[in-house]
Design a protein around this ligand. Structure first.
Ligand code: 13P
Length: 249
């Protein structure tokens, strides 16, 4: 059985003060909840506040990107050793917003993923098709390509700390959720690709999250799918009650 992971991607939201207020409300709501793992990924500037607020709870803290170099002249970037020294344990890589707006490519996703895993961080690697690709019947090809390129030159041993998130771009922030069946079919494609690259045993244990307009009222039907091993939640993770409602689907 794969333990489900509910991950909050706050994107560019919440100051340190807002982060502390969120945890004051959120932690009592999920106290004692052990069925699922929980990780919250604030912006870098609120990571320290989140780490401090989450001490003594079972909530892990991640961030939303990592550079592949340890240090150097890379203005605006953050490295894995910096994250480790802060106490961050998780990192999202390859989010579609990075791919769409910030020039992230399959190759840089691979570099970031490889670096995060080699540093011992748990990496949530995002893949997903845009609407035109789905409508053209290209979804499976796109997912296979994104996975093969992201997984390139990574060993199964290192990939043990990898989670994949399937986020159909047309479902992000749009209120349009993939049906549980459609998401499960995409997850199966990703799992097959992981089996090709890393082997059957690895693929059977790989957690694949669904992301795209997950809300408290649709979480239980999505999580009921055997193929869906958790959620990567954007908008609905910004409110403590709403994220707790998803955690307790
Ligand atoms: P929404 O939950 O706001 O659709 O965002 C999903 C997402 O992009 C999580 O990474």
């Amino acid at each position: 059985m794969r333990k489900k992971l509910i991950a909050a991607n706050w994107k560019m939201n919440k100051t340190p003060d807002e982060t502390r207020a969120f945890f004051r409300e959120f932690l009592p709501l999920v106290a004692g909840h052990t069925r699922d793992e929980i990780v919250v990924c604030p912006p870098y500037t609120s990571a320290a506040a989140a780490l401090e607020a989450a001490i003594g709870s079972s909530v892990a803290i991640g961030v939303q990107n990592v550079h592949w170099k340890a240090d150097g002249a890379f203005t605006g970037e953050i490295s894995a050793p910096m994250l480790l020294s802060l106490g961050v344990t998780h990192v999202i890589v390859g989010h579609s917003e990075r791919r769409q707006y910030f020039g992230e490519t399959d190759d840089t996703v691979n570099l970031r993923l490889k670096t995060a895993l080699e540093a011992g961080l748990t990496a949530i690697c995002c893949v997903g098709e845009v609407l035109e690709e789905r409508e053209a019947g290209l979804t499976d090809d796109v997912l296979r390509r994104q996975c093969v390129r992201a997984f390139h030159a990574i060993s199964a041993k290192k990939a043990a700390k990898m989670t994949v998130a399937y986020e159909p771009v047309w479902a992000i922030g749009t209120g349009k959720t993939a049906t549980p069946e459609l998401a499960a079919a995409a997850h199966a494609v990703i799992r097959r690709e992981a089996a090709e690259v890393f082997g059957e045993e690895f693929a059977a244990g790989l957690r694949i999250l669904y992301g795209g307009s997950v809300k408290p009222d649709n979480a239980s039907t999505l999580m009921a799918q055997e193929e869906i091993d958790g959620a990567l939640v954007g908008g609905a993770s910004l409110d403590a009650k709403s994220l707790a409602g998803i955690v307790k689907y």
